[in-house]
Design a protein around this ligand. Structure first.
Ligand SMILES: [Zn+2]
Length: 126
C-alpha cells in the first residue's frame, strides 16, 4: 500500500504523495514525457487502471478485454524498480524490473509519447 510515508515506486526518492500521486490526480501535472512515463510505471505498481487508460493515447489504447488482462497481470507481479536509460522530448527508454513467481524479469522498452488534449500520453513502442 502507498502511504504518504512511502517513497514513490518510480524511484524519485520523493514521497508518493509529492510525486506520482500529483499526476495520478491531475494528469496535466506531468510536464514532460519522462514524468508521465514514471507516473505510468507507478500506476502499474499500484494497479491504477483508470490512470493507465487515461494516460494512453486514444488511438492505441487497450480495449476492455486487454485492460482487464493488463490489470490482472500487473497485480500478479512484484515490481522491483524502474531505470530510465535515456529520455528525449517525446521518447523514454527504460528498464522495468519485476518478479513473477519468484523469477526476475525485465521489460526493456523505448516508448513514444505524444500530447493529446493538452497533456502527455503514452503512444506505444518506438
Ligand atoms: Zn513518482
Amino acid at each position: 500500500m502507498q502511504t504518504k510515508e512511502t517513497n514513490c515506486p518510480c524511484g524519485s526518492l520523493k514521497k508518493y504523495n509529492n510525486c506520482c500521486a500529483l499526476i495520478h490526480n491531475n494528469i496535466f501535472e506531468a510536464k514532460t514525457a519522462e514524468q508521465l512515463m514514471r507516473s505510468r510505471y507507478t500506476a502499474f505498481v499500484i494497479a491504477n487502471g483508470t490512470f493507465l487508460q487515461k494516460s494512453h493515447a486514444s488511438k492505441t489504447r487497450p480495449n476492455t478485454r486487454e485492460q482487464k488482462d493488463l490489470l490482472q497481470w500487473t497485480k500478479s507481479v512484484d515490481w522491483i524498480k524502474l531505470e530510465i536509460l535515456k529520455s528525449t522530448k517525446d521518447t523514454v527508454e527504460f528498464k522495468a524490473f519485476f518478479q513473477l513467481n519468484g523469477k526476475l524479469d525485465v521489460i526493456h522498452e523505448k516508448s513514444q509519447f505524444i500530447i493529446e488534449n493538452g497533456y502527455w500520453v503514452y503512444f506505444g513502442i518506438v
